[in-house]
Ligand binder design. Structure first.
Ligand SMILES: NC(=O)c1ccc[n+]([C@@H]2O[C@H](COP(=O)([O-])OP(=O)(O)OC[C@H]3O[C@@H](n4cnc5c(N)ncnc54)[C@H](O)[C@@H]3O)[C@@H](O)[C@H]2O)c1
Length: 332
């Protein structure tokens, strides 16, 4: 039986239920306390998921039994909560973004180093089967050298479903801090570090009206760009387009070489199907997948055939699965 890590949760809002539900699948996690600036939110989650103690944020940070602070507050609170946790000698894991300024992000890393504690941050979706299979396809040379990519996550925003969507339109919100971490992490995992970028940003819809409950009808002033387009060049030479928007509609991510392309459908999910225009390995004709391999009528998404091919070869060679290739911590 592995030794359990005692986790104190700070921020008991919309996403916390996913962590608490799926956290039960990880035997090393032991949720011992919950806190929120809105105590009623912490009490409700503690009761629903059987967390033994509800505390104020200050009490949780001072509690010696808490080893790791899970920081699920809104983006502008990520850095202050993380720094307070680190200064209290605790490891910390935050939802994205790590911080809303580069300086605060650096402060968190420096503080953790000097205190000898660990810092983690979402997203971890790139460790899921979809992106890892895309990575395997790229690494194997099957599509040749990637020269370009497109990554578009253009949606209408979150005020139609989230119960408290205001933070998406405050400084620290916006589509870049909200969604780009998934896409950039996936792209960096496939293509290496970013070397240069250019971008333009604008506020396209200056005022939003919440249509979800319980704040239906409330107006929200948009303080941060809700529509951002950029070009990025990666160390390996790939140049492509990144578009993040709460004011338009389209989703598409591809990494392309001269001969083929890979398309993870939703980098914000662990098990995103990844389709490929490279040969599917059945010996038949090229296939555009997500659909079906035309030669042998089997589903031929890269995620499926990549994993299956790898598993078969690995079984023959007596190798075990790479860490994170199947088991993943998807909260969405
Ligand atoms: N909602 C989603 O589907 C989703 C998905 C992935 C990631 N996330 C990320 O998770 C984080 C939280 O999102 P959410 O949707 O749960 O937001 P939310 O507004 O529903 O919940 C945030 C909670 O944090 C509390 N809080 C805020 N500042 C605090 C502080 N300084 N101290 C203590 N408590 C504080 C609020 O009272 C609230 O209960 C964000 O960074 C968001 O980007 C959300």
């Amino acid at each position: 039986m592995p030794e359990k890590v005692k986790v104190g949760l700070i921020g008991c809002g919309a996403i916390s239920g996913a962590y608490l539900k799926h956290g039960k699948d990880f035997p090393i996690l032991d949720f011992v306390a919950a806190a929120d600036m809105n105590r009623a939110a912490a009490e409700a989650k503690a009761q629903e998921y059987g967390i033994p103690r509800v505390m104020s944020v200050e009490e949780l940070l001072a509690d010696r039994s808490v080893e790791l602070v899970l920081n699920l507050t809104v983006p502008k609170a990520h850095a202050p909560v993380a720094l307070a946790a680190i200064n209290a000698g605790k490891h910390t894991y935050a939802e994205k973004p790590l911080a809303i300024t580069r300086e605060d992000g650096r402060r968190i890393i420096d503080a953790a180093k000097s205190k000898g504690v660990l810092v983690g941050c979402a997203p971890d979706t790139f460790m899921g089967a979809g992106i890892q299979t895309a990575r395997k396809v790229v690494d194997s040379g099957r599509i040749g050298r990637p020269v370009g990519f497109t990554a578009f996550m253009l949606c209408k925003g979150h005020e139609h479903w989230h119960p408290s969507p205001e933070f998406y339109y405050e400084v620290g919100g916006g589509p870049v801090f909200d969604m780009a971490p998934y896409y950039l992490t996936a792209l960096m995992n496939l293509l290496g570090p970013v070397q240069r970028l250019t971008s333009q940003a604008s506020i396209q819809i200056p005022e939003r009206t919440i249509t979800s409950q319980p704040k239906n009808g409330k107006k929200v002033t948009v303080e941060t760009p809700d529509h951002v387009m950029g070009t990025l060049s990666f160390a390996g030479g790939a140049i492509g387009l990144l578009g993040m928007s709460f004011a338009a509609r389209s989703r598409r991510t591809t990494a392309s070489s001269r001969s083929a392309s890979l398309e993870p459908r939703a980098p914000c999910r662990c098990r995103t199907p990844t389709s490929s225009t490279a040969r599917c390995g059945c010996g038949g004709s090229r296939t555009r997948t997500g659909a079906t391999c035309r030669t042998n009528s089997r589903p031929a998404t890269a995620a499926r055939w990549g994993w299956r091919t790898w598993r078969t070869r690995s079984a023959r060679a007596g190798r075990s699965a790479p860490a994170g290739s199947r088991r993943c911590t998807c909260w969405t």
